[in-house]
Design a protein. Structure first.
Length: 459
């Protein structure tokens, strides 16, 4: 195989998995190949069971002392080959050489069974070419397509062509009288073989094999691209929100900085309180562990309520509701998320205190309004983000918690929108509050007061 050019090796997929693909994509392909081989074996066993039942109920048309019983022998040998290959696949021992040997052996058993029918009925060799079982040659070749590898279709079809040539040679060599005829009617009414019909069979086999292999080569390329794309979406989801990753991979237009869409959205800004002190106590590894716990706690809640994480800002999280995908309940979803986050953080802090670890609190700021969800960047590095007054206001409200003595604040407008969208729950409102960085006083809703610190307990 080393003498085959790389282009042909790639087309035939002699290198079963493209080495250029990431290892994780190759593992996915290997898993698909394993399932395909199991499917091939199951289909073959079902077909064997059906044929065995038909043979069992069909009266024998040959003498009791016939030298061989072709069908039972062939079915038994074929079943043995299938079970051996299935065992090898299940135990991870089905390498390329063993698979190739199995494909060749299965076709050889089928063609050998056809040849054995002449011996079974004690007739001249020409009878081997007359039986209807020739159609199962195409079935075997077709089953090889389930692996999505053209190579095995070509191996199976090539074995069939070679085997049929061998049967023809046996007929011509071993026939007691002239075995050939060019008269079609005579070939149908006698054991003589119509050479043109046999050439048609060989041509049909060759064309079927080549066409199926070509179709598989194209289908395999599409499968590889689909798996790679699926993996890319999964990888993007590790760095982007799921909804953003889907937008990136599904975009029909070229992505470029400056693209954006206006949305009515809710913006939530979360930040750890007391993080600086905790970082000094924990050290680098402890800080990373703390952030990991905090993000694994909070982010699933945001996503469960339909929110999207825009970015991580150290110990801060910027999330949006209704920005990536329009949502008529964006404000209600955001307030429900804050309520659940506050409750979850209380339990998280209690567990950390019991373990003797630093337990910083979480502050939240929520604002609603029109934002632009779009792409920013310099062309070489792009980023989806939300931009607008609501984003800036949410960040300022989060910082204002310290001055207000609260944990979570929202604008009065955000709460009114949430109630109009189905949110149930009253929040106390502070009117005409001066917020640093905001020109006009605001009416603020207190989503959560700061809990009293337990006596003799430090943050």
């Amino acid at each position: 195989m080393a003498a085959i050019s790389p282009r042909w090796r790639a087309w035939l997929l002699l290198d079963a998995l493209d080495d250029a693909l990431p290892a994780r994509v190759r593992r996915q392909l290997q898993a698909e190949q394993f399932r395909a081989e199991l499917l091939v074996a199951v289909v073959q066993l079902l077909l064997l069971a059906l044929l065995s039942a038909l043979v069992g109920v069909t009266p024998p048309g040959y003498a009791p002392d016939a030298p061989v019983r072709a069908a039972p022998l062939g079915l038994s040998l074929f079943a043995l080959l299938v079970l051996l290959r299935l065992y090898a696949a299940w135990t991870g021992q089905l390498g390329r050489a063993l698979l190739a040997a199995g494909v060749v052996a299965e076709m050889a058993v089928l063609l050998g069974t056809l040849a054995a029918t002449a011996l079974q009925y004690e007739q001249p060799p020409q009878l081997a070419l007359k039986g209807p079982a020739f159609v199962y040659v195409f079935v075997l070749i077709g089953l090889r397509a389930l692996r999505f590898e053209p190579l095995w279709v070509l191996v199976s079809g090539g074995t069939a062509l070679l085997g049929w040539f061998t049967l023809l040679a046996w007929v011509l060599w071993g026939a007691p009288v002239q075995p050939l005829t060019w008269d079609y009617v005579t070939s149908l009414r006698s054991l003589q073989v119509h050479l043109g019909a046999e050439l048609d069979r060989l041509l049909a086999l060759a064309v079927f094999t080549a066409t199926l292999a070509l179709a598989l080569a194209r289908a395999r390329a599409l499968l590889v691209r689909a798996l790679a794309r699926e993996r890319a979406v999964a990888d993007l989801s590790l760095f982007f929100d799921d909804a953003v990753a889907r937008r990136i991979t599904a975009s029909e237009a070229e992505l470029m900085a400056g693209q954006g869409e206006r949305r009515e959205a809710a913006i939530l800004f979360l930040d750890l309180r007391g993080f600086t002190q905790a970082a000094a106590e924990l050290g680098p590894e402890g800080v990373i562990a703390l952030l990991g716990e905090y993000q694994r706690l909070v982010v699933p809640i945001v996503r469960r309520h339909g929110g999207s994480v825009d970015k991580y800002l150290g110990d801060g999280i910027l999330a949006s509701f209704g920005a990536v995908v329009p949502d008529a309940s964006h404000a209600a979803r955001a307030l429900r998320a804050v309520d659940e986050i506050v409750q979850a953080v209380d339990g998280w802090r209690a567990r950390r205190r019991e373990a003797g670890l630093a337990a910083p609190d979480v502050g939240a700021g929520l604002a609603t309004g029109e934002v632009v969800f779009g792409i920013v960047g310099d062309g070489r590095r792009l980023e989806y983000t939300v931009i607008g007054d609501a984003v800036n206001l949410a960040a300022k409200l989060e910082k204002h918690n310290k001055a207000q003595g609260t944990r979570a604040l929202a604008t009065r407008e955000a709460c009114e929108r949430a109630r109009a969208q189905g949110y149930r729950g009253d929040k106390p409102v502070c009117t005409q509050v001066e917020v640093a960085g905001v020109a006009q006083p605001l009416d603020l809703a207190v989503l959560s007061d700061r809990p009293r610190r337990p006596q003799n307990q430090q943050m």
